[in-house]
Write a protein that binds this ligand. Structure first.
Ligand SMILES: NC(=O)c1ccc[n+]([C@@H]2O[C@H](COP(=O)([O-])OP(=O)(O)OC[C@H]3O[C@@H](n4cnc5c(N)ncnc54)[C@H](OP(=O)(O)O)[C@@H]3O)[C@@H](O)[C@H]2O)c1
Length: 359
């Protein structure tokens, strides 16, 4: 059965809309010029309805290597399919090898390695396996994610959504740093979400040790972290030919909504048909359309020489004010270079990584 996503947009508006904290506005003002320079929409021949296959149609990725985390399901599966169609060799990271291998068996050029992003040992093992292939890494799609679980901690006591969606990918990317550098022209894509609208990083209580756990705020924080990761990664990586982007895929019906209750489904306008299948409201994308922005970020020549941007609908998203009421655009806290640098340092500390890991 297909589950529905949590269409966080509406929830985010409830969370942040109408109660704009003026101090948030002030905090982001000094960096506004740098942020708006980066968030300049381009003229893109693609848009919200484009599919990953259409975006990649003109690209030739023979000789290129890509990693897609969670590349066997939902948006990730369509991302893998598109990259494979262009001739890339693809390594999919999955915590369930049998399931992933079965799903991907008909796609040429794909190998599956075990990867549990909530387990640092598993991440190191994945990196070791990839490094042993002696390939350079041209495209890294940090796609895997969870959304809205109850307050479950990983073995380190970290919030599951922060650990899986962001911190695991941080560790993975730094582990693959040499392989990315060896490409000379690598791109890293971090899957973000409209969920980033929930707010910035609570640096005083990232793991919800002091504030009550809220699954939407936790998801939003993890997706803001993914967007900030792209900002700082691009800053550090550009000199090595590593560019980074955050991609918001839009609203897509996938397994991401596995934690949603029937009441929550109904609240988002999702109804269950007679055959038990979920019927999505207008505005939802197919998984093929949802994967298009990841593919655009990973392959579009329009982004040559540009990085650190938050993208949606196959374009760079507009920077919108914190009190903007719409569901599009990127809020300042998700592309703030000061918060991005701070998050990077905090992440190194949480993972006990040396500051030289991305030299
Ligand atoms: N669907 C949307 O509307 C939407 C909107 C905005 C952003 N996104 C983002 O898009 C990305 C893809 O999501 P999706 O919608 O395609 O959902 P999905 O079908 O549930 O795919 C998520 C993938 O992440 C994997 N994953 C979860 N926890 C993992 C862990 N600890 N280690 C390794 N892999 C793990 C899942 O593996 P299993 O199969 O083993 O569970 C699955 O392959 C996510 O980052 C999500 O936040 C989605």
């Amino acid at each position: 059965m297909q589950y529905a996503l949590i269409y966080f947009g509406y929830a985010m508006l409830i969370a942040v809309g109408g109660s704009t904290d003026r101090s948030i506005l002030e905090r982001h003002k000094p960096n506004e010029t740098r942020m708006s320079m980066r968030q300049k929409p381009l003229t893109s021949e693609f848009g919200s309805e484009s599919t990953a296959m259409a975006v990649i149609a003109e690209r030739d990725l023979h000789g290129k290597t890509a990693i897609v985390t969670g590349g066997h399901s939902g948006i990730g599966l369509e991302t893998t399919r598109a990259l494979a169609s262009a001739g890339a060799a693809i390594y999919v990271g999955s915590r369930d090898l049998a399931k992933a291998r079965q799903t991907l068996q008909d796609i040429a050029g794909v190998q599956v390695f075990r990867l549990d992003l909530a387990d640092p040992v598993s991440i190191d093992q994945f990196v070791e396996q990839f490094v042993a292939t002696r390939r350079h890494l041209d495209i890294l799609i940090n796609n895997a994610g969870v959304s809205g679980p109850p307050d479950i901690r990983d073995a380190r006591g970290f919030d599951t959504q922060f650990a899986t969606n962001y911190l695991g990918h941080f560790q993975l990317t730094l582990g693959l740093w040499r392989a990315l550098k060896a490409s000379g022209n690598a791109r890293v894509v971090a899957l973000s979400s409209v969920g980033h609208m929930a707010g910035g990083i609570d640096f005083d209580d990232i793991q919800f040790d002091r504030r009550p756990y809220d699954k939407l705020v936790s998801y939003g924080q993890s997706k803001t972290a993914c967007a900030l990761f792209a900002v700082e990664l691009d800053k550090r990586g550009a000199q090595h030919g590593i560019r980074a982007y955050a991609a918001n895929p839009g609203a897509v019906s996938t397994n991401l909504g596995r934690y949603m209750t029937e009441e929550e489904l109904a609240a988002w306008g999702i109804v269950r048909g007679d055959d038990d299948k979920l019927i999505m409201p207008a505005g939802f994308k197919t998984a093929e359309q949802g994967a298009a922005t990841s593919i655009w970020c990973a392959t579009s020549p329009k982004l040559d020489g540009i990085g650190g941007a938050y993208c949606e609908d196959c374009n760079i998203a507009e920077l919108v004010p914190v009190d903007f009421a719409g569901l599009s655009g990127v809020r300042p806290w998700a592309v703030d270079p000061v918060a991005a640098e701070r998050l990077w340092t905090v992440s190194e500390d949480l993972l006990h990584l040396p500051s030289s890991a991305a030299d």
